[in-house]
Design a protein around this ligand. Structure first.
Ligand SMILES: *Cc1c(COP(=O)(O)O)cnc(C)c1O
Length: 455
């Protein structure tokens, strides 16, 4: 019988995370102080994050040990399976070999617990009693709720009011793991109360929710803040995915020519791709193409600019060197909520700038077509974010067919869509429409930026 799943045993869970910064030819530029625009050191992050995570954020070391306790919790769902997509290959009638790494087997249904667990662990080590965060669609909030519950840490999630009202089941998931979920803006913070006083009926925004979560952490000694994407330590933790996948591809007697992942802030892309990019960087040969896949309605990698910008909408974070559409950019309300971020993480931005990785964008309708094709061929219903990677994999497989060549394609199936039936309902009802930004819209957003340029 042909083998469909390539699995690893629990003792093959990697013992270290891989830090690609050690192998990058051009290291990321430093973050700048939002006021003085001078480079800032790691201590600027101390009010918000535990020391160990700040160290990981800036470490030049190539390998970082994964604590045994974290590996033990990982073993609840890791190693995750690698699938050969026989069903998808058949419907596409392609000579390509397609594989996918499936992260939807985690308790919250995506790759996000890979970083939520170590973040909760290091906070616990440093005596922190409460972690706050924001969530849009709820994937990150539920991963953090799950992780905090494990370490007996209180978890406070500020959930954008619109999602809070429209996605009640993600909220109940968080409650089940013991988290407190506030519709943002809330009465629990100064920032929230101020906005509510001006507009009691506001639907909220991620920017407001971030301000609330940060305020709680900055004003309480026993409270820290956590982020689910973008930052270096988050990408570091996610490399568990790609390290397992390297072992699994070796077991399958194969190696990918192309590695693909959807792109929001860059964590699941980094997670799968960096351990493969390592082979390129160590050998000095560009053997494996790594492609980040984003929505055409939020195309920071394919149509944004590389310059310093704020990580948040309000402009409170340090200035980071990144591909961005401008921190004021408000993308269309597409269902792939996890991909609606205006910028890209610093490491991934530098890699793209140096042409060590590639990026493509897909339209909203195309990704749902890809998602439904995948669900019918492989059984698993993908999260709306994950459908972007699938669309890129299908496009590459179709190219193989046209050219009459076989290539090996690996993509990240970073989450299931079982809580996203509203998105599929809208698609089947014909309510998902093509959406492409005009050049004028992008230029208008970028014109508002007065942050430092990069030569
Ligand atoms: C959060 C999320 C993303 C986007 O975030 P990245 O940091 O780019 O990975 C993509 N897919 C799923 C399923 C998510 O939950």
């Amino acid at each position: 019988m042909k083998q469909r799943k390539i699995t690893l045993s629990e003792n093959e869970i990697p013992e270290k995370w891989y830090n690609i910064v050690a192998d990058m030819p051009n290291k990321p530029l430093p973050p700048l102080h939002p006021g003085t625009k001078e480079p800032i050191g790691p201590d600027a992050l101390a009010p918000l994050f535990p020391m160990e995570l700040i160290k990981q954020e800036v470490t030049p070391e190539k390998w970082v040990d994964i604590p045994d306790e974290v590996r033990h919790i990982y073993s609840m769902w890791r190693p995750t399976p690698l699938y050969r997509a026989y069903g998808l290959e058949k419907v596409l009638d392609t000579p390509a070999k397609i594989y996918y790494k499936y992260e939807g087997v985690s308790p919250s249904g995506s790759h996000k617990p890979n970083t939520a667990v170590p973040q909760a662990y290091y906070n616990k080590q440093e005596g922190i009693k409460r972690i706050t965060t924001e969530t849009g669609a709820g994937q990150w909030g539920s991963a953090l709720a799950f992780a905090c519950n494990h370490f007996d840490i209180e978890c406070e999630v500020y959930m954008v009011r619109l999602s809070y009202d429209h996605k009640p089941y993600r909220k109940i998931m968080m409650n089940t793991w013991g988290a407190k979920v506030f519709p943002s803006p809330s009465n629990a913070t100064e920032a929230g109360r101020k906005i509510l006083a001006e507009d009691p009926n506001t639907t909220g925004s991620l920017g407001i929710a971030i301000s609330e979560a940060i305020e709680r952490a900055a004003t309480n000694d026993d409270t820290k803040y956590a982020l689910g994407s973008v930052l270096n330590h988050v990408k570091l933790h996610q490399t568990i995915i790609g390290q397992e996948a390297v072992l699994q591809m070796e077991k399958a007697g194969d190696m990918p020519d192309i590695v693909i992942a959807p792109f929001g802030g860059g964590s699941n892309f980094a997670g799968l791709a960096f351990p493969f990019l390592r082979m390129n960087l160590e050998s000095g040969e560009h053997k494996i193409r790594c492609i980040a896949s984003e929505p055409t309605s939020c195309p920071k990698l394919t149509r944004g600019v590389f310059r310093y910008d704020f990580g948040d909408t309000v402009g409170m974070t340090p200035l980071l060197p990144m591909y961005t559409l401008g921190h004021n950019f408000v993308p269309a309300p597409i269902h792939a909520g996890g991909l609606r971020y205006h910028g890209a993480g610093v490491i991934v931005s530098q890699l793209l700038r140096d042409k060590l990785i590639e990026a493509v964008a897909h339209d909203n309708v195309e990704v749902f077509e890809a998602g439904v094709t995948f669900a019918r061929a492989e059984g698993i219903i993908p999260a709306p974010e994950a459908t972007h990677g699938i669309a890129t994999a299908i496009a590459e497989a179709n190219k193989c067919k046209q050219e009459g060549v076989s290539r090996t394609i690996l993509f990240n199936m970073c989450g299931h869509g079982n809580f996203d039936m509203k998105a599929y309902e809208d698609y089947f009802a014909g309510n998902i429409v093509r959406h492409e930004l005009s050049t004028a819209e992008i230029e208008a957003s970028l014109a508002k930026l007065d942050t430092p340029l990069i030569e």
